[in-house]
Structure formats: C-alpha cells, structure tokens
Design a protein around this ligand. Structure first.
Ligand code: HEM
Length: 412
C-alpha cells in the first residue's frame, strides 16, 4: 500500500488510490473522489497537502483511509563527504519562475514543476502548415521541430521497431547536458551549465571522461544544428524526448523550445559515476532540485542502455534484457533479491539505488506488473524538470510537445 501511495505522490493529478490486497496490488491511481463502497478486499488511501516526493505514509485496510505525507527526508548523510543540508521536495520552482509567472507558458511550466499537470503530451498530433523553410512554416515556431522529429524518428529506430544506439545516446546526452547545473553552484554565482547546449558547444566539456560514449551523438547534434539552424540546447533536449518516445512503450515527454545556448563549459563534478555512493548520487540529484523519487524514475532510462566504457571487455552489454524497449524490466531485474540475467551488465550504482532505503520502495513499485504507465508519468515529470535546469527564460519558451511522434503503448 505504501508503494501505491508513493506512486500517487509522483503522478500528476493523483489524489486517491485503491489497493487490491492482500497480494501485491494492483494499484489504482485516481484523480477524483468517488462514492465510498465498502469492500474488504480494497484498501483506500488519500494524499493530503501539496505533492512531496518523500511520503510519510500511514494506512489501514479500510476504504478511504487517510494518509498524510510530509517531506521527511533531507537526503543527508553522515557516512560520506556528501552531506546535503536541505530537504528536496522535487516540486520547487526554478529559473525565472522563482521571480514570478509572466506568461501562459510560464504558468504551464510552473504547474508542471509543481506536479499539478500531466507531463506527457496526449494531443492528437500536428500537420505542418507548409514545407520546411516556407513562410507558412516559419510563422509557426514548432513547425521546424516537426521536420526535425520526422527526421530523427526513423533514425532512432531499428527495422523491427525497437529503438537503437542513436536513441540511447540521445537520451543520455539530454541528461548529461542538463545535469551540469546545480542549485548550490547557482547560489554561488555559477548559474550556468544546465540545459544550455554547452556539452556540444564546448570542446572542453565534451572531452571530459564522464562523457565517454557521447562523442558520436555530439557530432550528430552538431550536424543537425547545421542543417536546421535551431538552438543547440533545445535540439539536445528535443532529441532526447524524440528518442524516448521512439522507443516502444516510451513516454511522450512535454517539450519546450527557446532556451539560450552557451559555449561556457559547465561546472565540473556534477555528473554521477557508477562507483558513487547512494548518498552522493541522491545529493547530486537533490542539488539539481530532483528528489530521490524523481531520481528513481529517471534511472529507468537505463532500461534502454548499453555500457561500453565501464568495463571495456564487456562492451555493448545492456543494463536489462530488452535495451530496445522502454519497459520496466530494468527495475524488475535490479530489484532486491532478483538474480542478474545472463548477458546483462549491472552498474554498482543501479544496484545500490535499488536497495537504498530512500529509493527502494519507489524502485520496487516501478518493478510491479502493470506499472509501465506509472513509471512513464514519473519519468516525464522528472525529465521536464531536468530538461529545464539552468534555463532562466522559462516565461519566454514555446511548447512544441504536439509535434512529437505519437507514443507506442504496445509492442510488438
Ligand atoms: C546515478 C546516475 C547515473 C549514472 C551513474 C549513470 C552512468 C551511466 C554509464 C556509466 C553509462 C554507460 C556509458 C558507457 O560505458 O558507454 C550510462 C549509459 C546510459 N545512461 Fe546513465 N547514468 C545515470 C543516470 C542516467 C539518467 C538520469 C539518464 C537519463 C535520464 C541516463 C541515461 C543513460 C542512457 C540512455 C545510457 C545508454 C547510452 C548508450 O547506450 O550509448 N543515465 N549511464
């Protein structure tokens, strides 16, 4: 039941849950209250207050049990050099929105960051008003992005419909560019290095060892930028979102354009290593305003991952048995007690996060049968935040989610 409520706490719009016991679920999330109907098999739960990532939950097996939640974790640690001093809700405003909402898009982003809006785009699609470079196309900011999406979608796919190595690299590139921002750095006058394109605009940043494996996709985004003349920061985040939705079962993460590019290399020390402690990883993400719960949702990107440089003698081994599909096998195959499938390479950090008290419950929830839509929602919410780190003109962005390819919710 606590897992069900944890899921509710990271799912936009969720206010109530029903948990069918005594077996492990299923867990039904609800965005509205219904008439109570006594049922001994069903446990109900209700979230009170604003969303918080770390829920303190009590529940009993009676319908409409009330579960209060509060931010109880400060991601602090005494066992490593990484002591986080502030608690991280995962719902704070960032960038210029801290100074106020001044536009409709700013209002939408603000609601997304607070977890009140669905972070997945569910519109019916888009038809370009004219050919690329036509006046009609140029008069619609998102038009050019529809051509980029149409270009990237087949490029990110295998002939059997699974997503390929370019998609994997693009997803990772989106993370590595945005992750170069942190709140403590910003407070200390280094408010740069987030989703600003610097990973592909600064040779110094691109050449750092933590970015090993990204050289080819960096060359590709440079090529695409030349071809389309769009901003690099936007291109990297848009490509990451096209890649995710290209993967079968992948989420259609809401996408914004209008970021400001920078060729200043991001501050160092902000990209996690597979050999970092969970204290350090949770702290690193907390410093990016991402909660432990949101970190857990983002880690699922390793569902489509392969490693080449952690152990070069096992180059190409994936982190779950289905690296071409955006499924929850990664969570299931890393969950506490699970045996490592042959042919899978597990990172120490992934195993540690699967077992850490601050992430284990959420991890296990994502491993449950039927949790795909819940993970997709959690990933989308966390990725929207990640993709906007260090962006200080959020009120001036344009939403282009509607030009993304449609999600494929079944496969094959
Ligand atoms: C604790 C946090 C993380 C660590 C330590 C980590 C580390 C790594 C490492 C070492 C690789 C393999 C690189 C190689 O050897 O080729 C990798 C691959 C990958 N990572 Fe992460 N990662 C983390 C979080 C994330 C997040 C948050 C995302 C996206 C939201 C992400 C997306 C990916 C993807 C898609 C790949 C596959 C790249 C490919 O196949 O070329 N990772 N990660």
């Amino acid at each position: 039941m606590s897992e069900c409520l944890e899921l509710c706490s990271v799912t936009a719009g969720c206010i109530l849950v029903s948990w069918i016991g005594p077996q492990r679920g299923p867990c039904y999330l609800k965005n509205a209250a219904y008439q109570d109907r006594p049922n001994a098999q069903v446990t109900g739960g209700k979230l009170i207050g604003t969303p918080s990532s770390t829920a303190s939950i009590t529940s009993s097996a009676s319908l409409s049990t009330t579960a209060s939640r509060s931010i109880s974790s400060s991601s602090s640690s005494t066992s490593s050099a990484f002591v986080c001093t502030s608690s991280v809700s995962g719902w704070e405003l960032i960038g210029d929105l801290k100074g106020g909402v001044t536009s409709p898009v700013g209002a939408n982003i603000s609601q997304l960051l607070k977890g009140y809006l669905d972070a997945q785009a569910r519109d019916g699609g888009y038809t370009a008003p004219g050919p690329l470079n036509s006046t009609a196309c140029q008069s619609d900011t998102c038009c050019i992005w529809s051509y980029i999406a149409a270009d990237l979608y087949p490029f990110f796919q295998e002939t059997d419909g699974q997503c390929n190595q370019w998609a994997r690299r693009a997803i990772r590139l989106g993370f590595h560019d945005a992750a170069g921002w942190s709140k403590p750095n910003a407070a200390a006058g280094k408010d740069y290095g987030g989703a600003d394109g610097s990973i592909a605009l600064s040779a110094e940043e691109a050449g750092r060892p933590e970015h090993l494996g990204l050289a080819e996709i960096i060359a590709k985004v440079q090529e695409w930028q030349q071809k389309y003349g769009v901003g690099m920061a936007d291109l990297i985040q848009f490509a990451s979102n096209v890649a995710a939705v290209t993967c079968p079962l992948g989420p259609r993460v809401r996408s914004f354009v209008g970021r400001i590019d920078s060729s200043t290399p991001a501050p160092t020390g902000l990209i996690p290593s597979v050999f970092d402690s969970t204290d350090k990883i949770i702290c690193l993400f907390g410093d990016k305003t991402l909660s432990a719960t949101q970190l857990t949702a983002l880690m699922g990107a390793h569902s489509t991952s392969q490693q080449f440089f952690v152990d070069t003698t096992q180059a190409g081994l994936p982190q779950d048995t289905t690296p071409g599909i955006w499924d929850t096998q990664y969570y299931a195959q890393h969950r506490p007690g699970a045996a490592k499938p042959s042919g899978v390479f597990q990172f120490p950090s992934d195993l540690a996060l699967a077992n850490d008290t601050r992430t284990k419950s959420q991890w296990t929830s994502f491993a449950l049968f039927g949790s795909q839509p819940l993970w997709a929602g959690g990933y989308a919410t966390a990725y929207v935040r990640l993709s906007l780190l260090g962006v200080n003109n959020l009120n001036n962005l344009t939403e282009c989610s509607h030009v993304l390819p449609q999600a494929r919710t079944t496969f094959p």
